[in-house]
Write a protein that binds this ligand. Structure first.
Ligand code: SF4
Length: 496
């Protein structure tokens, strides 16, 4: 079986336990990569804010609260809604399968492909198929499998891995796309986005015509109708479903929503949160295989409902993480995601704040001890989340879990204990702030070789393990007096 890798050749699924530092370090030195990721993330973030503001104004928080509540209700009654979905989907002619883990996803899909003699598969973008390495499993038995989302297609041509949930090639520029097309498709060199898109389109059209198997995920599955809902901007999702004779939709069990009218809420939020569009260009609702009077659609529709660790996350206190609709907004808003050059630094399929919270739950906290710490806890991820997931809270819970399980090194555990004790006592906190001001201003004066008390100085280099802080950024010199001192002095002056 082939395993896809990052552009630099290192495997996407790294040896465990995963050490984030080398990848983050490498990315932090790569200013071009950071610029690429930050510029796309900035644009998407700004479009998201504008789209939500112009559509809902002051009501945008009420809508996301409602979306969060619908998801929470569905997760609280997941068994009921899954049973309803299976009944309705099978009544409409689909065949529903259950997969406990990634090998079962592969086994089910390969059995369907084998039974139908499939040779060429067109695949629409799906995070759960990335998570379960389905493309690798199909390719390993000789089924040619083409990613048909443009970003995923380019990533596949480079034998690379996606770096963002929604924008898989956030880490690539036009030049690298042009080079990949020349190398893999034998075309002339062009950096024109329209020309590159047309090349990909022509290549894929031929594949769609010949494909005998289609695979997709689903953005939502609807319990009351047994339908799949697919949201895409390129139309490739619809073609992957309707062109081949056999279709398999591979879907995480948390994608379920109770009723068709609930889609109203989620479709309003999904595209605006992902890309700032009012709606994705294509929204397909697929209920059962093709009927006699219909002109297109698959003759067979298989739906594989995937657990792969989700029922573990369903336990409290992590249940709310399953509300995620994979919009990618928290990645775009996260300062750490930008600084580490996108998703590859997280060493897993899901990246950014949501990846930092769910990857340790999917793959073991002991295997990903760095991820809960890969956040400044600034709260930007929670602020933008359309289903109101309090990601900082979940990351803090994971950090606490690490302390309880003693996964952290002893020295670090003691630092956190002392820190907690200081934060719990106002007197100790004030004394610690005073001491840190004296020490940091002393260091600033010593390293700059000038006036120790110049408030404009920056500390360029710290020593020991604190030195990690100043490897990629400078530390501002603290002011000579705290805000409290300044406030007290001002009140005295005013005589109040
Ligand atoms: S956690 Fe929220 S913001 Fe992040 S991808 Fe999921 S739904 Fe979007």
């Amino acid at each position: 079986m082939t395993t896809r890798s990052r552009t630099d050749g290192s495997p996407l699924d790294p040896p465990l336990p995963f050490d984030m530092t080398p990848r983050a370090d490498q990315a932090a030195r790569d200013e071009q990569l950071q610029r690429l990721v930050a510029s796309t993330a900035d644009v998407k973030n700004a479009r998201r804010t504008a789209a939500l503001q112009s559509a809902f104004g002051e009501n945008r928080d009420a809508l996301r609260t409602l979306a969060g509540k619908i998801k929470r209700h569905t997760l609280d009654h997941l068994d009921v809604y899954l049973e309803r979905f299976i009944d309705r989907a099978e009544a409409a002619g689909a065949k529903v399968h259950f997969a406990k883990d990634a090998p079962q996803v592969g086994a089910i899909c390969l059995a369907i492909a084998k039974a139908n003699g499939s040779k060429l598969c067109v695949k629409s973008k799906s995070m759960v198929t990335e998570e379960t390495h389905l493309t690798d499993a199909l390719q390993a038995v000789g089924i040619e499998t083409i990613e048909t989302d443009l970003g995923e297609f380019i990533v596949q041509l480079d034998d690379d891995a996606p770096s963002h949930i929604v924008t898989p090639m956030i880490h690539k520029d036009r030049k690298s796309v042009a080079r990949a097309f020349v190398r893999e498709l034998g075309t002339g060199y062009t950096e024109d986005p329209l020309a590159l898109t047309m090349i990909a389109r022509q290549h894929m059209r031929k594949k769609f015509r010949r494909a005998d198997l289609g695979i997709s995920g689903a953005n939502f599955i609807v319990a009351d109708t047994g339908s799949l809902v697919l949201c895409t901007n390129e139309g490739n999702g619809g073609l992957s479903v309707s062109a081949p004779r056999v279709h398999i939709a591979v879907v995480g069990i948390e994608k379920i929503i109770p009723r068709t009218e609930d889609l109203n809420v989620f479709l309003k939020l999904l595209a605006r949160s992902s890309t700032g569009q009012p709606q994705t260009v294509y929204t397909h609702m697929i209920t059962g295989p093709r009927r006699e009077h219909e002109h297109d659609g698959p003759e067979q529709l298989h739906i594989v409902l995937v657990d792969n660790g989700r029922t573990e996350i369903l336990r409290e206190p992590t249940r709310d993480l399953l509300r995620c609709i994979r919009c990618g907004a928290c990645l775009n808003a996260c300062p750490v995601f930008r600084k580490v050059g996108g998703g590859h630094a997280y060493g897993a399929v899901y990246s950014g704040p949501i990846g930092a919270a769910i990857t340790p739950l999917f793959k073991g906290l002991h295997n990903y001890p760095d991820l809960p710490k890969a956040s400044s806890l600034c709260g930007a991820c929670h602020e933008v989340c359309p289903v109101d997931i309090d990601l900082p809270l979940h990351l803090i819970q994971l950090r606490k879990e690490m302390e309880t399980r003693k996964t952290l090194p002893l020295g670090e555990r003691w630092v956190y204990r002392v820190w907690a004790a200081v934060l719990a006592s106002p007197t100790a906190y004030r004394a610690a702030c005073r001491l840190s001001r004296v020490v940091l201003r002393g260091i600033a004066g010593a390293t700059a070789g000038g006036d120790r008390y110049d408030d404009r100085r920056w500390i360029l280099r710290m020593v020991g393990w604190i030195g990690g802080w100043t490897t990629h950024r400078d530390l501002p010199t603290p002011p000579s007096a705290s805000f409290r001192d300044w406030w007290d002095a001002r009140r005295k002056e005013d005589g109040s």
